[in-house]
Design a binder for this molecule. Structure first.
Ligand SMILES: [Fe+2]
Ligand SMILES: [Fe+2]
Length: 248
C-alpha cells in the first residue's frame, strides 16, 4: 500500500512525515497491506469523478457532508466530556469545534459553486444543521472513560480523517473545474481552511496513537487498527454501492 503510505507522508509533512510517528504508522501500513482500502484504488477515484460530473449528485453530496460534519462534531463533543486528560480533552474539543464549522462551510460551498441551487429559506434550514459549537462552551461532564475505549475511538477517528483527506483531494479538482471565476476566491478560501483543518485532525490523532504505541499500548493499537480498518473498508464498499461518497 505504497500509495497510501506516501499520501500519509505528504499529509504529515509539516510535522516530519510518517518518520515522526514510526510506531503507529507501521501498524497502519501493515493494516493497509493486509486488507487494502477501496479508497486507495484507481477505480474508486474514477467512480467518484464519474458521479460528481452530475451537479445534482454533487450538491446532494455536499449537503449530506454538512450533516455528517454536524453529527461528527456532536460525537466528538460528547467524547471530550468523558476524557480526563486535559490535553486530549482540549484536542477533541477543538476538533469538535472545527467539524461544527465545516458543516457551515459545506453549505457555503454549495452556495458558492451553485449560486442558484438553494433558496434563502432552504439555506437557512440547511445551516440549522450545524451545532455551532464554540471553544468557550463547556463539554458535557461524564464519568471518565477507560483509556482502551478512548484509544479505540481515536483509531476510528484517525482512519476516518485519512479517508476524508483523500476524498477532499478527489473533490478539489472537480469543484475547481465547475466554479465560476468570480467566485473562485471564496471557493479557494473554503477549500484551504477545510484542507488545513482536516490535515490537523489527521496529525494530532496520529500523534496521540503514536504516543500510546510508545507507552505500552502498541499491541493493542496494532490489533485495533487492523480490525477497524477492515471494518471501515466494508463500510466504504457499502457506501459506494449506494453511490455515496462521504467527502467528510
Ligand atoms: Fe471535517
Ligand atoms: Fe476532520
Amino acid at each position: 500500500m505504497k500509495v497510501l503510505h506516501e499520501l500519509l507522508d505528504r499529509e504529515l509533512h509539516d510535522s516530519g512525515g510518517v518518520g515522526a510517528y514510526p510506531s503507529y504508522c507501521q501498524h497502519l501500513r501493515a493494516a493497509f497491506e493486509d486488507d487494502p482500502p477501496p479508497y486507495s484504488q484507481a477505480w474508486y477515484g474514477d467512480a467518484f469523478r464519474n458521479l460528481s460530473s452530475n451537479p445534482f449528485w454533487l450538491i446532494q453530496c455536499l449537503i449530506s457532508n454538512a450533516a455528517k460534519e454536524a453529527s461528527g462534531a456532536l460525537e466528538l463533543w460528547q467524547l471530550a466530556g468523558g476524557v480526563a486528560d486535559d490535553r486530549i480533552r482540549s484536542l477533541l474539543k477543538q476538533h469538535a469545534v472545527d467539524e461544527s464549522g465545516h458543516s457551515v462551510m459545506y453549505i457555503s460551498l454549495v452556495d458558492t459553486i451553485f449560486p442558484d441551487a438553494v433558496s434563502k429559506e432552504q439555506r437557512r434550514e440547511l445551516l440549522a444543521v450545524s451545532p455551532r459549537l464554540k471553544l468557550d462552551d463547556e463539554v458535557p461532564a461524564s464519568e471518565p472513560l477507560e483509556t482502551d475505549f478512548i484509544i479505540d475511538q481515536v483509531v476510528q477517528i484517525n482512519l476516518g480523517e485519512f479517508r476524508t483527506r483523500l476524498h477532499q483531494l478527489l473533490m478539489e479538482p472537480v469543484i475547481r473545474a465547475i466554479c465560476s471565476k468570480e467566485r473562485s476566491r471564496k471557493m479557494d478560501a473554503i477549500l484551504r481552511i477545510l484542507a488545513r483543518e482536516e490535515r490537523n485532525h489527521l496529525r494530532y490523532t496520529t500523534g496521540l496513537l503514536n504516543d500510546w504505541c510508545e507507552s505500552g499500548h502498541s499491541n493493542y493499537v496494532g490489533d485495533l487498527v487492523r480490525r477497524r480498518s477492515s471494518f471501515f473498508n466494508r463500510l466504504t464498499m457499502a457506501e459506494v454501492g449506494e453511490q455515496r461518497f462521504a467527502v467528510s
